[in-house]
Design a protein around this ligand. Structure first.
Ligand code: FAD
Length: 532
């Protein structure tokens, strides 16, 4: 089976091996093993029937072993990392831009939706077929096309795994800065579509700050070059517009990114607290002092204990919270800053500040942070990860609010934050088999995001809107703002062939024009029925 999708393979592994590996544990990957047909009927996701003619046309374009159309294969692509699910009719694995273009032309003429897919680690349902269609996996377009150190650029195919690019650049002293915690699995195409960030967003920015050129296959199959190797292309910033469009504008088939020089020195501090509010206040204090570390990550006591039991990263089990603070730059400057930051942490209430003494210890501390979601998957049948943004000065009150929401709905909520840039990831524990609990979980997630909006924040910092948060877009943006977004989407994707029913809400002003035969947008969005 030509399956190179970590989400799909993790599904198989987790069913068979009960999640022992755990780079990522989707709650949905823990369903009882039942026959594919029974599972489809049970989930009411049986796809509409399409003629066998389409399968053979797709096979003609990409080859026989690059099309999946059997139910038992398709069901592995019902998922991404979110709670949503939806069954495609076909999964195709093109190997070059021309094949992607031919698939898009076929999809247009057959009025089929196309859903681009990288590694399927997305957390908002972006890679899921809401109403059938073709999942177009970029997993086999995974070559690094060029490394141009002199111009500080690399060009990659979209299926290149994020960390693989940095690994290829390391011998020459460079790396690719966006570092999502999923970087061992997620693809650069997915990073572009979601405008992904990571712990080092604080100092490096998000993906859009690192992309200068994108080759794109438009929904009608035409191939366009947005931007170039040069940082200052004339005219509108089309790569900037494309990044973060969540697969609704076109399919990225080659991406030119900036590469960064590895810092001369890095210091990683673990600041340990007896009170979670002191940890939150430290983030504010560091800002007030005018210090910008490369990363400030926070784990609360509940979360760090779950992580410690799994990874043995060295987080103290009796603490209420830890901050993982990283500083980078020239050796002398880093040493000096480490002293200043330690002093600020202590003044804000840290009981202890440890500095990783070598690279092994540093990697272990980060392993704890980066495998946190997997660690939570070991202790709860399901979890729902949220992705709110708040001004970083509002971290203390937001933590109090999250606690309140947890109590109100009788749910345990762990907290893990990109604290430095106010991007929070509350992890709500629940059991997806319990409908009532699932409903309370969704409601709790919504209340947290509404609070984020009320303090001047946003409903996503990096995981995207997808099919999970569309209805909250109307709380964040005005009608006219949504209308502009709707028009922009129509410029690129007039018939909503690509990733229909995602990102924008189904309000009057930004309603999608759907081709005849496509599902109507009046269908309910992101409801409990689709989110399990
Ligand atoms: C354990 C874990 C930790 C995570 N940590 C982070 C984090 O720290 N920061 C962060 O930002 N995210 C994080 N994520 C979310 C996720 O990994 C990112 O959103 C990632 O960029 C998705 O990449 P992917 O290749 O898996 O894309 P997919 O999930 O396959 O797709 C995501 C979206 O991109 C579109 N897409 C994919 N490829 C293309 C393409 N070539 N052209 C056009 N559209 C395309 C899809 O249609 C979909 O809408 C995490 C996820 C997990 C499971």
């Amino acid at each position: 089976m030509p399956n190179q999708d970590p989400c799909a393979t993790s599904h198989i592994r987790s069913v068979l091996l009960a999640n022992v590996d755990g780079w990522f544990v989707s709650p949905l990957c823990r369903r009882p093993l039942i026959s594919p047909l029974a599972a489809m009927i049970k989930s009411h996701q049986f796809p509409p029937m399409f003629s066998f003619g389409i399968a053979s046309k797709l096979k003609k374009i990409v080859g026989r072993d690059s099309v999946l159309d059997r139910a038992e294969d398709l069901m592995l692509y019902e998922y991404d990392g979110s709670l949503a699910r939806g069954m495609p009719n076909f999964v195709v694995f093109p190997q070059n831009t021309e094949q992607v273009s031919a698939i898009m032309k076929l999809a247009c003429s057959e009025q089929l939706s196309v859903i681009p897919r990288g590694a399927g680690t997305g957390l908002s349902g972006g890679a899921i077929a809401r109403r059938g269609g073709i999942v177009l996996s970029l997993a086999r377009m995974n070559r690094i096309l060029e490394i141009d150190v002199a111009n500080l650029r690399a060009t990659v195919q979209p299926g290149v795994v994020n960390l693989d690019l940095s690994a290829a650049l390391a011998p020459q002293g460079f790396y690719f800065a966006p570092d999502p915690s999923s970087q061992k699995a997620c693809t650069i195409g997915g990073n572009v579509a979601e405008n992904s960030g990571g712990p080092h967003t604080l100092v490096s920015g998000v993906t859009v700050n690192h992309v200068t050129g994108i080759e794109v296959v438009l929904p009608d199959g035409r191939i366009a070059q947005l931007g170039s190797k040069s940082a200052n292309a004339a005219g509108y910033d089309l790569p900037g517009v494309f990044v973060g469009s969540e697969g609704t504008f076109g399919i990225a088939t080659a991406i030119t990114v900036k590469i960064c020089r590895l810092p001369e020195s890095v210091a990683t501090l673990l600041s340990i607290y007896d009170d979670v509010q002191d940890a939150a206040n430290t983030v504010v204090a560091l800002t007030t002092e005018g210090i910008t570390p490369a990363a400030i990550e926070m784990l609360d006591g509940w979360t760090l204990r779950a992580v410690e039991a799994y990874v043995h990263a060295g987080y103290p089990l009796d603490s209420a919270a830890v901050l993982l603070i990283e500083l980078e730059g020239l050796r002398e400057a880093v040493d000096e800053q480490a002293e200043i930051v330690s002093a600020v942490c202590r003044r804000a209430g840290a009981r202890e500040v440890r500095r990783a003494k070598d690279e092994n210890e540093r990697q272990l501390l980060w392993k704890g942070r980066k495998t946190a979601f997997g660690a939570i998957g070991r202790v709860s049948p399901s979890y729902y990860v949220q992705d709110g943004v708040i001004p970083r000065t509002r971290v203390p009150e937001t933590l109090r609010k999250i606690e309140e929401v947890g109590k109100k709905h009788s749910l345990t909520i762990g907290n893990i934050f990109h604290a430095g840039d106010g991007n929070l990831h509350p992890l709500i524990l629940f059991d997806a088999r319990d409908e009532q609990q699932t409903r309370r979980t969704l409601e709790a997630g919504r209340e947290i995001l509404e609070f984020c909006i009320s303090v001047g924040g946003s409903i996503t910092g990096e995981h995207g809107v997808g099919m999970e948060k569309q209805d909250l877009m109307s709380s964040l943006f005005s009608e006219s703002e949504l209308e502009v977004m709707g028009r922009l989407r129509k410029c690129f994707n007039p018939d909503s062939v690509l990733n229909p029913q995602k990102l924008l809400p189904s309000t009057r002003t930004c309603r999608e024009t759907v081709m005849p035969g496509h599902a109507s947008l009046d269908a309910p969005v992101a409801s409990g029925a689709e989110l399990r």
